[in-house]
Design a protein around this ligand. Structure first.
Ligand SMILES: O=C(O)CCC(=O)C(=O)O
Ligand SMILES: [Fe+2]
Length: 349
């Protein structure tokens, strides 16, 4: 497997210069102009009585940003903390113990660094990727580290809590689009045994030259929706109007963003937005990204209720397995996977 960032940093004498495979081309480096507003923070407290306000705020955030944070979302802060502690413990294990689950060629789960599999520039990050929810995927791609001992138990508890939150968010997003609350969940078949939550544990160690690297290169998420837990160290940035907007961590919040499947189902009304993570010189940053993924055979297409003579389908129906198979880790913001499923070319809109 590639040499991991934590390994490089633990070499005798430390590391004063970043190895060349991590160095981004000048135009990709993180110094570009930054925006000064930030994505909305939506309070989900009292959803029974405040439902309409919450639906409207989420709809506005989806349209303007494709990104928002939620607080009072119903996931216990103690579970978020338990999960964070588990991740810290995992990444502080010895290298051999972590490598028990090294990513195998052709697999999408395990410990390692995904971009390393292509000839792109390596991310300044170490990752552990597994399915935290969804029996079929978990059995097909077992990847629970044996240590810490409570790993499986905590991850399964967290995965179930994430699934509940995803279900609720999809209801609110559906309602905001004027659809039945279960419309998106039904089309994406999130209760199908093949549907799953993929959870990426991202560890971004401090970097001696943070202005030359990226923790996570620009990309858009491929699933339906992403729920991200970040710790108190910032690093996530969202692209909008040609600028990068930082997403400052909010206490006990989750960052929510729309994935490519939501862009297709909303017929392009909502967009799956490009984002990235930058590194810093002093602190290790962790983030935990949960992606809601339909089963491979599930067909995703623009919701019929959103189509009319004046608003025809922009995307053709596509099996999720076909979508995911065509995704390239060598991400090109101007040549996105989702564009190859358009039936109406971009410049006609
Ligand atoms: O670390 C972050 O804040 C972003 C991670 C991310 O975008 C991803 O894992 O897809
Ligand atoms: Fe992402």
């Amino acid at each position: 497997m590639p040499q991991m960032v934590q390994q490089l940093l633990s070499q005798a004498g430390g590391l004063s210069q970043v190895p060349s495979r991590f160095i981004q081309p000048v135009e990709e480096r993180p110094e570009s102009e930054q925006g000064c507003t930030t994505i909305p923070v939506i309070d989900m407290k009292g959803i029974a009585e405040n439902g309409n306000r919450i639906i409207a705020e989420i709809a506005r955030a989806c349209q303007e940003w494709g990104f928002f944070q939620v607080i009072n979302h119903g996931v216990a802060p103690s579970l978020m903390e338990e999960f964070r502690d588990l991740a810290h413990e995992f990444f502080s294990l010895g290298q051999e113990e972590k490598e028990v689950n090294a990513i195998q060629p052709g697999k999408c789960v395990g410990y390692g660094r995904f971009f390393e599999q292509s000839d792109g520039v390596a991310n300044w990050a170490d990752n552990l990727i597994l399915f935290s929810y969804g029996e079929e995927q978990r059995l097909a791609q077992p990847c629970m580290p044996p240590k810490p001992k409570r790993f499986r138990e905590v991850v399964e508890k967290y995965g179930s809590a994430m699934f509940k939150l995803f279900t609720q968010l999809l209801e609110l997003i559906s309602a905001g689009l004027g659809l039945q609350p279960d419309a998106i969940a039904k089309q994406a078949k999130i209760n199908d045994p093949g549907a799953a939550i993929r959870t990426d544990f991202n560890c971004y160690p401090p970097c001696p030259q943070p202005k030359l690297v990226l923790g996570s290169a620009p990309h858009a998420d491929r699933g339906v929706l992403t729920v991200l837990q970040q710790d108190r160290v910032s690093g996530l940035q969202v692209a909008k109007d040609g600028k990068w907007f930082p997403v400052p961590p909010a206490k006990n919040a989750f960052v929510i963003n729309l994935g490519d499947q939501m862009q297709i189902m909303s017929n392009g009304k909502y967009k799956s937005i490009v984002h990235r993570a930058v590194a810093n010189q002093t602190e290790t940053r962790y983030s935990f990204a949960n992606f809601l993924m339909p089963a491979d055979q599930t067909v995703i297409q623009p919701m019929a209720e959103l189509l009319s003579a004046s608003s025809p389908a922009v995307y053709r129906p596509i099996r999720f397995g076909e979508y995911i198979g065509g995704y390239s880790y060598l991400f090109k913001p101007l040549n996105r996977n989702i564009d190859s499923f358009r039936v109406i070319p971009q410049d006609c809109l």
